[in-house]
Design a protein. Structure first.
Length: 639
């Protein structure tokens, strides 16, 4: 039998053990510092998980309800007064309950209604193992129909309490049972502090509004009109909605930031303030130019964050983005989209179930922050299979913003997760490298570019005899050459092995007067060179040029040179100083390899060689390039 209106009431759980429960509710405190984004993110995720059809539609509407339409309001007001009386002298608690009392004692109650459609609703009945029971009475429990659902901790449902000045929320849902019959449930929940009621009975911090015995109402005829539902789905009512004049922008910004992938694919749509603000696939692009959102981002120091989200959307929507699907063991198919364009942030973002999760795999050895030799890009990574999405879900923290294996129950599973995610990180870098590694165009001999410069003076003028010099003829007398210091290829930190970019030979170089070939015939082979047992023989190199990368910055150089012999070369790169040359440590090398901190590359006589190196530190000054060949005996013994 349906309960009568008189029996619908708010009742707090008894506390026979006299437990002391304060305001520091762990689930609510998780979202306290940034409550609006937390509520938007968690509600959106939970509704998406309960989808019955697409797009899932979620509406956020502000209501002002007469206090007379709020069942059990007098009991709630009395409980708040009891709590306020027992926290006197505690500044934080006093402030909270004073505000809570103001929120529920006026003639009009501020309420935020959050309702979804095209979902299954929160299926009942109110028994263990059902979604409705988990929503109202589960603690750290999540009941989802899908293994790859967005939620995994059952903590997100507390986010809405953080935007209620009274920490009071009402739920109503319409769902179909296994027989296909429509069923209705409604119940309220309040979280305050443990207290003693008017009868002197100890009560816990949690109270429930509904039928006797802490049960929900199952007959829509017994609830006020604002709690009724006509469509399958769930409605959440935040009682004492926190005052915030820009609440629409706060929620809108968070919804765009977190769910733009799902909106872009047509999986989700949002409405705010009775349709005044809409977010859908049709207008998503215009959201990034929205004056209200742009101004909100500026005034709340979120401008760079908003620009980043805009770039991610460009990656998903641009026809210029490159897409590749890879297969990773235990995850399955993973889609990686890479957009290369100017002013891109060189960021990688992982998306799951249409929601942005993280931009880092730092707990698996890769923060995705070092892309010094890559063009500017942004990448979006999305697991395509349910099993892969479920695997990543298990690694998420309660706020679904970080991935780590530490939350898994045993070391074997943690070790397996680390291996899988490290493999994923490696594959992501490989795909990004395919599309973004700096590419240099083919070279052109500087001699072939003479026609782009002024012609030389008339040669006949140089023969004119006059007591005055021809003003068109530039006569330059170089200073006497200083003898170069002899060096040994095997010397550690002293001599130079091979040839550098300074010397006497003429030819193309980085600056007039620079040499591109230096010989050192007196340097003996190294008995213990850079390869340990390798023998190194210094040889001359020609036409040495090096340029700073216009994309990657001062740490990277493109180096061009021509060897005079065939073989495996070992290069020494040194910063040119006034008195002493200093070795430049190399971090990465392209078109070559690193061995014992030096660059190794196969060369052919009279064939132009091009390599790229990344130094450990920024360096913009001149460099010396010296080369030695690994002797044939050493190569044979190594093979």
């Amino acid at each position: 039998m349906p309960a009568s209106n008189e029996s619908i009431q708010l009742e707090f759980l008894p506390n026979p053990g006299g437990e002391d429960e304060g305001l520091g509710h762990a689930g609510i405190e998780t979202y306290r510092r940034d409550p609006f984004p937390g509520a938007a993110r968690e509600i959106g995720q939970n509704s998406r998980d309960a989808s019955m059809d697409l797009p899932v539609r979620i509406a956020f509407d502000y209501l002002e309800l007469p206090s007379g339409d709020m069942p059990g309001l007098e009991s709630l007001e009395a409980a708040i007064k009891k709590c306020l009386a027992q926290v006197v002298g505690k500044e934080k608690e006093e402030a909270f309950f004073a505000q809570a009392l103001r929120a529920v004692s006026g003639k009009v109650i501020r309420v935020l209604r959050i309702s979804d459609t095209n979902t299954t609703g929160a299926r009942g009945p109110s028994e263990k193992g059902t979604a409705f029971y988990s929503l109202l009475k589960g603690s750290g429990v999540s009941i989802k129909d899908n293994v790859d659902s967005g939620g995994s901790f059952g903590i997100g449902k507390n986010a809405v309490f953080a935007i209620s000045d009274a920490q009071a929320v009402f739920y109503s849902t319409l769902y179909k049972n296994e027989a296909g019959e429509e069923k209705y449930l409604a119940q309220g929940k309040v979280i305050l502090v443990s207290h003693t009621d008017d009868a002197g009975e100890p009560r816990r911090q949690t109270g429930y509004w509904g039928s006797p015995g802490f049960n929900p109402v199952s007959d829509q005829r017994q609830v006020p009109d604002w709690l009724k539902r006509s469509e399958i789905g769930t409605s959440i009512y935040v009682l004492g909605f926190r005052e915030a004049p820009d609440w629409q922008q706060r929620l809108e910004y968070s919804l765009v930031q977190n769910f733009f992938p799902a909106v872009h694919t047509g999986e989700m749509e949002f409405s705010l303030d009775k349709g005044k603000h809409l977010i859908s696939k049709l207008n998503l692009q215009s959201q990034f130019a929205s004056e209200s959102l742009v101004n909100f981002a500026k005034t709340n120091d979120k401008e760079s964050q908003f620009e980043l989200v805009k770039n991610l959307y460009r990656c998903l929507s641009s026809a210029e983005a490159k897409e590749k699907v890879i297969d990773v063991p235990s995850i399955g198919r993973v889609e990686i989209r890479v957009l290369v364009a100017e002013r891109m942030p060189k960021k990688v973002f992982i998306v799951r179930n249409g929601m942005v999760i993280t931009d880092s795999l730092e707990h698996f050895g890769d923060k995705f922050v070092r892309f010094n030799m890559y063009q500017e890009f942004v990448a979006v990574v999305t697991p395509l299979d349910k099993d892969g999405s479920a695997f990543i879900k298990k690694l998420e923290d309660p706020k679904h913003q970080e991935l780590s294996a530490e939350g898994l129950p045993d070391e074997e599973k943690r070790a397996h997760a680390r291996r899988v995610m490290k493999k994923l990180a490696q594959e992501i870098r490989n795909v990004i490298k395919e599309h973004t590694l700096t590419q240099f165009e083919s070279e052109q001999s500087l001699d072939e570019m003479r026609n782009y410069f002024s012609a030389p003076s008339n040669p006949d003028n140089t023969k004119v005899e006059s007591e005055h010099e021809d003003p068109e003829t530039l006569r330059y007398k170089p200073p006497p050459r200083k003898p170069r210091r002899q060096f040994n290829a095997a010397s550690s930190g002293e001599g130079k092995a091979g040839a550098g970019v300074t010397g006497s030979d003429t030819g193309p170089g980085p600056a007039p007067g620079n040499d591109s070939r230096v010989k050192n015939p007196d340097a003996p082979p190294s008995p213990n060179g850079s390869g340990g047992n390798e023998q190194l023989r210094p040889i001359p190199i020609r036409d040495v040029r090096n340029t700073l990368s216009s994309v990657a910055g001062a740490r990277t150089r493109a180096i061009y040179f021509t060897s005079t012999e065939d073989g495996t070369a070992v290069l020494s790169l040194k910063a040119t100083g006034l008195n002493l040359n200093e070795e430049l440590p190399v971090l990465n090398a392209v078109n070559s390899a690193l061995h014992d901190g030096r660059v190794r590359v196969d060369v052919k006589a009279n064939v132009r060689t091009h390599i790229e190196v990344e130094f450990v530190d920024d360096y913009r000054g001149p460099i010396d390039v010296h080369m030695s060949l690994v002797s044939s005996n050493a190569q044979e013994s190594a093979s």
